[in-house]
Design a protein around this ligand. Structure first.
Ligand SMILES: O=C(O)CCC(=O)C(=O)O
Ligand SMILES: [Fe+2]
Length: 347
């Protein structure tokens, strides 16, 4: 067992709520989501049971038969590669610091996911639902909602990226249904809480790392994700590693036709640590550039996240005070991104 730092504080890797045991897994489980489309509630509950095991013991799982069209991912990667090949000056026209709601381009090393590190070796394009400035939630200053920043090139970028995002959001709704079943709740328990989800997507490009690797500067430093769960597509190269309960890094290679799903810190809080937000990191030793697309799925901005009644009992009182979902994510962005740090003049 190792002691690790997550966004929810320090934690022993083998410890869970309600007597669950985190395991020294050596492989990430695979869950077939076809059962979620079944008309038979017992078949859907079986999927929920598998999800419960994966989320309590590992915090990560693959899904297959998820219904996302591979063509929509392929189109998104094609325009993204063309975007990242633009000059730095052109990409920086939509630098994320120009956005009031965390959208746009983030250059290499302008993020530091692990506070002990010296910057992450990837560049990124961040987007979420394209919500106009006139929307009441945007006007009310809920700064996870708002418009995206779009580059001038390449042609077709916006349509391909938005199409891919809406396919991933659709999958996210299925996963929330499976989570409800996993937690012994009504299958549509989360539905009203995710009608206007804060579902933030990134397109990441990792340059290869050669020679002796400085552990403090890797693709993404060891971290746990912020939202309820992440849907991750990896294109080609194996570089993602996941920390098991024994403190060993386990590879999570891309498997064609699948996504990796992992529990985020918000879901760990919501489930009173029954579900585990497992640490992971990226080191791209493949010798080639690597692309991935994560979608971080959080609920409606105003949702109050406080441990669910089904995840506490007399021996397991609530571990976390209530937080507003949107405020929680914004506070985690503040810790991670260079552009959100106070400048010398303002401190
Ligand atoms: O690129 C990957 O494989 C993982 C990315 C990741 O962990 C993140 O963006 O939080
Ligand atoms: Fe992550």
């Amino acid at each position: 067992m190792a002691v690790v730092q997550t966004g929810n504080g320090f934690r022993k890797t083998g410890e869970g709520g309600l007597n669950v045991q985190r395991t020294a897994f050596t492989e990430i489980p695979m869950i077939d989501l076809a059962g979620m489309m079944s008309r038979d509630a017992a078949v859907r509950r079986e999927v929920g049971e598998a999800v419960r095991r994966a989320c309590t013991e590992v915090g990560f799982f693959y899904v297959c038969h998820h219904g996302v069209d591979p063509q929509s991912l392929a189109r998104c990667y094609a325009v993204s590669k063309a975007f990242f090949m633009l000059s730095e000056a052109e990409k920086c026209e939509i630098h994320i610091r120009n956005s009031e709601n965390h959208r746009g381009y983030g250059p290499l090393l302008e993020e530091n996911t692990n506070p002990d590190s010296q910057g992450d070796l990837h560049e990124a394009f961040d987007l979420a639902g394209d919500i106009p400035q006139t929307d009441p939630d945007v006007l009310a200053g809920k700064r996870l909602y708002g418009p995206n920043l779009w580059p001038r090139h390449p042609a077709g970028f916006r349509d391909a990226v938005l199409e891919c995002r809406s396919a991933l959001v659709g999958l996210g709704h299925t996963i929330f249904r499976a989570f409800a079943l996993a937690l012994g709740l009504e299958e549509d328990y989360f539905q009203p809480l995710v009608e206007k989800p804060c579902a933030h997507m990134r397109i990441l490009r990792y340059p290869p790392q050669k020679g002796v690797i400085n552990e403090k500067q890797i693709g993404i430093g060891a971290h746990s994700d912020y939202e309820c769960f992440t849907i991750l597509h990896q294109n080609g190269e194996s570089a993602l590693q996941v920390l098991n309960a024994a403190g060993t890094w386990i590879e999570a290679p891309p498997i064609p036709g699948t996504f990796v799903i992992n529990v985020g810190d918000m879901m760990a809080r919501w489930t009173n640590d029954l579900f585990c937000s497992t640490l992971h990191r990226v080191i791209n030793r493949s010798g080639k550039e690597r692309y991935s697309i994560p979608l971080f799925f959080g609920p409606n901005f105003d949702t109050i996240i406080s441990p669910l009644p089904s995840c506490q009992d007399a021996d397991h009182p609530p571990l976390y005070p209530p937080v507003k979902a949107g405020d929680y994510v914004l506070s985690r962005f503040d810790e991670t991104y260079v552009y959100r740090q106070p400048t010398a003049e303002t401190v």
